[in-house]
Ligand binder design. Structure first.
Ligand code: FAD
Length: 418
C-alpha cells in the first residue's frame, strides 16, 4: 500500500466539483456542513493522491489500509457521529453528519468509505452505541479513538440475504460463563485486521444471539481476502470459529434479540450505502463533464451535443434526488431513531444511480473512460474503477430487491407481501 504522506497526485488530475455549482447546502445545519468540510479536506489531502492505487490494487492480506485508517483517526473523522461521553463530538445531527462524510470519502474511494466508515463506524460503531452500558463503555471509546479495527459478521456461505435462524449454520452453545461459537462467516469486511468481530449466531429454539468476539482470545481463523471485481481496499474474508469462547459480558442485547440488533445497524448502513452511491455518481459525473468540455468530435466539444447535455441534466436531477433522499433519511433517523422506508429508498436510489452515471460517463468518454491507464504515457483514469465499484452497492447490506420488498410491505401490508 502506498504511504499516505509520500504520494503524488494522480496523473489525470481531479476535475472541478460540479456539485458546488448546481447544488446548495443551505438547508444543512452548521454541524453537518462543518463535518462535510472536514471530510472533504481530509479526502482531498489523503485520499485523492492515492485514490488510483487504492482503487486498482488487487486484494492481498497485507493490503489492509492501516495508514488511511490512522489518517482518518488523526483527522477526527471517527469521533463525528458519537456522543461526548465516549469521546465523540456530541453533534446535534450525528447521523446526517456521518452520512455527508461517507459521500465525501466515496468521491475518491468507495472501498475506503465502505470498509473504514460504513462497516467500522456505522455497522459496528452504531451497534455498540446502542449496546448495554458496560459493553458500550468498554469498546466504543476505542472505536472513536481509532485504536481497534472491527468487523460485523452476519453473512455465511448459505445465509446472507436470508438471515433467519433456520438458514444460519453458525451456532452458539451455552458453556460455563459464556458461549462457544462454531461455524463459518463469509464476505466479512476488515476481518484480516479485526480486533473485535460482532457475530450473529444461532442458539436453540430458532433464536439468535449477537456476540462480541475478541480475536486475540483465539478460536478464530481468518481466510485470505476475496479477490473482487471492485472495492479493492475493502478486504473481505471468511472467518472460521472453532471452540471460540465468548464471555457473558460480551453478549449484545438479550439472547434471542440478536437479529433485531443486527437489522437495526443494517438499516443505518443502508442509508450509508445510498450516500456512498451519491459520492461515486458525483465523481463519475465530474470526470465526464470535464471531458465533455475539452474533447472535440466533428469539430465541436462533446458538451455541445444535446444528447449528452440532456443525459447529464438527467443525471444532475438524479444526484439531487439521491442526495436529498439520503439526507432526509439521516435527518429522520436523528429525529426518530428509525427511518426504515427512507433508508430503503435512499439505498436503492443512490446505489443504482452510481451504476447508471458511471456507465454513461464511460460511454461519453469513450476509450478514455474504459482504460485504467494509457500505456504510452502512464496517464491514469478513474472511471473504470468507479464502474466496477458501483455494482456492489446494489447487492450488499440488503439487496435492492429486498429494499423494494420493505417498501411494498408498507404499501400493501405484510398479509399480502409476506
Ligand atoms: C464487498 C462486500 C463486503 C461485504 N461485507 C460484509 C460484512 O462486512 N459483513 C457481512 O455479514 N456480510 C458482508 N457482505 C455480504 C453481503 O451482505 C451479501 O453479499 C449480501 O447480503 C447478499 O447476499 P449474497 O451475496 O449471499 O446473495 P444471495 O442471498 O444469494 O442473494 C442473491 C440475489 O438474490 C436476489 N434475492 C434475494 N432475496 C430475494 C427476494 N426475496 N426477492 C427477490 N430477489 C431476491 C437478490 O437480487 C440478491 O442479490 C459483503 C459482501 C461484499 C461483496
Amino acid at each position: 500500500m502506498p504511504n499516505v504522506s509520500d504520494t503524488k497526485p494522480i496523473g489525470s488530475g481531479v476535475p472541478p466539483r460540479r456539485s458546488d455549482q448546481i447544488w446548495s447546502d443551505a438547508h444543512l445545519p452548521e454541524d453537518v456542513k462543518s463535518a462535510a468540510r472536514l471530510a472533504r479536506s481530509f479526502a482531498e489531502q489523503h485520499l485523492a493522491p492515492i485514490a488510483y492505487e487504492l482503487n486498482t490494487t488487487p486484494e492481498h492480506r497485507d493490503n489492509f489500509p492501516h495508514e488511511v485508517f490512522s489518517a482518518m483517526r488523526d483527522a477526527g473523522l471517527f469521533a463525528i457521529p458519537f456522543s461526548r461521553d465516549v469521546g465523540g463530538l456530541g453533534l446535534e445531527h450525528p447521523t446526517l453528519a456521518l452520512l455527508v462524510v461517507l459521500e465525501e470519502l466515496a468521491y475518491y474511494s468507495p472501498g475506503i468509505a465502505s470498509a473504514l466508515y460504513d462497516a467500522q463506524i456505522i455497522l459496528v460503531g452504531q451497534t455498540l452505541a446502542r449496546a448495554e452500558p458496560p459493553i458500550r463503555k468498554q469498546w466504543l471509546p476505542r472505536i472513536v479513538r481509532g485504536e481497534i479495527v472491527a468487523s460485523f459478521a452476519t453473512s455465511e456461505p448459505d445465509a446472507s440475504t436470508d438471515l433467519s435462524a433456520r438458514s444460519m449454520q453458525t451456532i452458539a452453545t451455552r458453556v460455563n460463563g459464556g458461549w462457544q461459537i462454531d461455524g463459518r462467516k463469509r464476505w466479512i469486511t476488515n476481518a484480516v485486521a479485526a480486533d473485535i468481530i460482532l457475530v450473529l449466531a444461532r442458539i436453540p429454539d430458532e433464536e439468535q444471539i449477537f456476540l462480541l468476539v475478541e480475536t486475540a482470545r483465539g478460536g478464530v481463523t481468518i481466510g485470505d481476502p476475496d479477490i473482487k471485481m471492485g472495492n479493492h481496499p475493502q478486504l473481505t474474508s471468511d472467518i472460521v470459529f472453532e471452540n471460540c469462547f465468548v464471555p457473558d459480558s460480551n453478549v449484545i442485547g438479550e439472547p434471542g434479540s440478536g437479529l433485531r440488533s443486527a437489522l437495526s445497524a443494517l438499516m443505518l448502513g443502508r442509508i450509508g450505502i445510498g450516500a456512498v452511491g451519491v459520492g461515486m455518481a458525483q465523481a463519475a459525473f465530474d470526470f465526464a463533464c470535464d471531458h465533455m468540455t475539452r474533447r472535440t468530435v466533428f469539430g465541436k466539444e462533446l458538451a455541445r451535443f444535446q444528447h449528452w447535455q440532456f443525459t447529464f441534466a438527467d443525471h444532475a436531477i438524479g444526484i439531487e434526488q439521491a442526495r436529498s433522499l439520503y439526507q432526509k433519511a439521516g435527518d429522520i433517523f436523528d429525529a426518530d431513531g428509525n427511518a426504515e422506508i427512507e433508508a430503503a429508498m435512499a439505498k436503492i436510489t443512490g446505489s443504482s444511480l452510481a451504476v447508471d452515471v458511471a456507465r454513461d460517463a464511460i460511454q461519453v468518454c469513450g476509450a478514455s473512460g474504459f482504460v485504467r491507464s494509457i500505456g504510452a504515457t502512464g496517464e491514469q483514469r478513474a472511471l473504470e474503477s468507479i464502474y466496477r465499484d458501483a455494482k456492489i452497492g446494489e447487492i450488499y447490506e440488503g439487496a435492492n430487491e429486498i429494499q423494494k420488498w420493505i417498501i411494498a410491505r408498507r404499501i400493501f401490508g405484510r398479509n399480502l407481501t409476506g
